[in-house]
Design a binder for this molecule. Sequence first.
Ligand SMILES: Cc1cc2nc3c(=O)[nH]c(=O)nc-3n(C[C@H](O)[C@H](O)[C@H](O)COP(=O)(O)O)c2cc1C
Ligand SMILES: [Mn+2]
Length: 510
Amino acid sequence: MSSDGLRGLIDQSRKAGDLDARDMKNRRAEAGKAATLSNMFDQSIRGFLQTLERKGELVRFDKQVDPDANMAAIEWRACNELGKASLFTDIKGHPGWQACSQILSDRGKWALALNLAEDELLPGLNRKLVSRIAPVVEDTPSAPCQEVVLTGEEASLLDIPAMLASEHDGGKFLASGMAIIKDPETGIRNVSIHRQHIYDAHHTGFVMLPRQARRIYDMYRAQGRHMPAAVVIGAHPAIMFSSGFVTGYGDDEFSIAGALLGDPVRMVKCKTIDMEVPADAEIVIEGEVLCDEIRPEGPYGEIPGTYAKAGTAEVFRVKAITRRRSAIYYALHCGAPTTETQATTGLAIELATWDHLQKVEGGLDLLDVRCHPAGAMMMLVIKMRPRVAGQAKTALMAALSGPFLHPKLAIAVDDDIDANDLRQVMWSMTTRVHAEKDIDMIGNTRVFALDNVSPFVGDNPFHRIGTKWLIDATKPPPSDPEGRERFARAMPRNFDAVKLEDFLPEEMFR
Ligand SMILES: Cc1cc2nc3c(=O)[nH]c(=O)nc-3n(C[C@H](O)[C@H](O)[C@H](O)COP(=O)(O)O)c2cc1C
Ligand SMILES: [Mn+2]
C-alpha cells in the first residue's frame, strides 16, 4: 500500500481489506502453504481498527494533534466521555504516521476483537484455550512488518509518534511493546509487555517486574551476555491478550494467541537477531537488553492510575526497526482509569480467576467474575449462588490468591445481582453486608508491585506487603429460604415480561 493509500486506510476499509487479503494470498502461494493456511482469521491490528470503525466504536481525528501537548487528553476523553477508540491521522512532527489508542478499553471491544458475544466472553475464551495452536514461521521476503527495514543510525525511535501520556511522566514512553525473548538454555520463547521510557533515538528504559522476562534476563546477565529482544508494536488483540496473560514458565504465548485466533500465528524471522515476530505486525524494534547498564527511569502514570516514582531500569538498545510502509502506531494509554491497560489486564485476571475458582472444594455455583477497570485491577466481583453458609468466603479467599497478584479486594454478590453493574454491587454491599460478620481482612500478604498504598519489603522495589480484604455480599444460603427472601430486591411486578418498546415509539430504540 502506498503512503497515500494509508490516509484513506479506514475510509476505504473494504478496499484495504481486499488488498490485504490479496497480498496475503500471494504470500501464502509463494510460501507454498496455501492449503494449510487458507481462510486464516485476520492477524493485524488494522483489521481490528476497521471492525471498530464499522461498528461505530472508533472516532477518527483528522485535525492535527500534538503528541507532546494534547494527543493523550484527546484519546482519554474520547474513551471516557464517548466510549470510543481513537485513530489519529495527522500527528504533529510525524508526517505520514497514524496512531490508534484506547482500542481495547471495554469488554465490548474485547468481544469484537475475539469474535465472541460479550456475555459469552469468559466461557468462550475458556473454550478456545482448550487447544493451543503453535505458530508457523514463514520464509518470505514480503512480510508486512518488514516492508521498511531500517538499521544502525537510521533506526530511530524518535520517528515513532510516541505521546506524553500523564502530566508528570518523566518523558515519552512506548507502552504497547510486546517483548519477545528466548530462554538462553532451552531457546523457548517468552512474550510480555514492558513500558519503555524513550531515552534517545536508540535507547529505552526496560522495566522488568519479577516475572518470566526478569528470570530470563537474569540468566543472560549471569553469563555476561546482552539479552536479544524483539519489541512488537501493533498486532492482533489476541496476541496482545496472550502477552499480558500469566502462563506457566515455558508456555508459548503465541500458542495461546493461536488458540484465540483459531489459526496459527504467522511469524517471520527478524533481520538482525535470532527471533521470530508476527508477520502482520505494524512495527518491530529489534535489539537487546544490556547486561551491564542501569539508568534512571520514570516517573510514569501506571496501571493503577497512580504514578510509579522515578527509579532505575535496565537499558534496551535498538539494532533495527522494521515496519509496514504505512505503519499505525499503537499509542496505548497507561494512567488513570478508564484506559485499555486496566481493561486488558482486567480481562486476563477475570479469566484466570474463573479457572482458579473451578477448583474450590465442593464446587461453586459460579455465575460471573468481574475485574472492573474502575477498580484499577485490584478489585474482583464474584457472582455466585452460595450452596451453604461459609461458601462465599471460601471462594473469596481463593479469588484473592489466584495466579495474578493484583486483586486485593474481592466482593461476592448473589445470583440476582449484575456483577457488571457497579450500582447493583454497591447496593448489595449496603443492604446485605453486616460489616462485623461479612468483612474480613488478611494482613501481611503479597500485593501488586504498583499498589502505592502498600509498603515495600525492605528496599526491594517490586515486593510490597499489603492487606487483602473480602466482602461477602451474598444472601443467606438456600437452607435459609426466609433469610434469602428478606434480602430480595424489591423489583417492579412483571419486570422481566415488560418491554418499553411495546409502549414507546419505535424510533427511540434505534
Ligand atoms: C499495558 C501493559 C503494560 C505492562 N507493563 C509492564 C512493565 O513495564 N513491566 C513488567 O514487568 N510488566 C508489565 N506488564 C505486565 C506483563 O506484561 C504481564 O504480566 C505478562 O503476562 C508477564 O508475562 P510472563 O508471564 O511471561 O512473565 C504490562 C502489562 C500490560 C497489559
Ligand atoms: Mn510467559
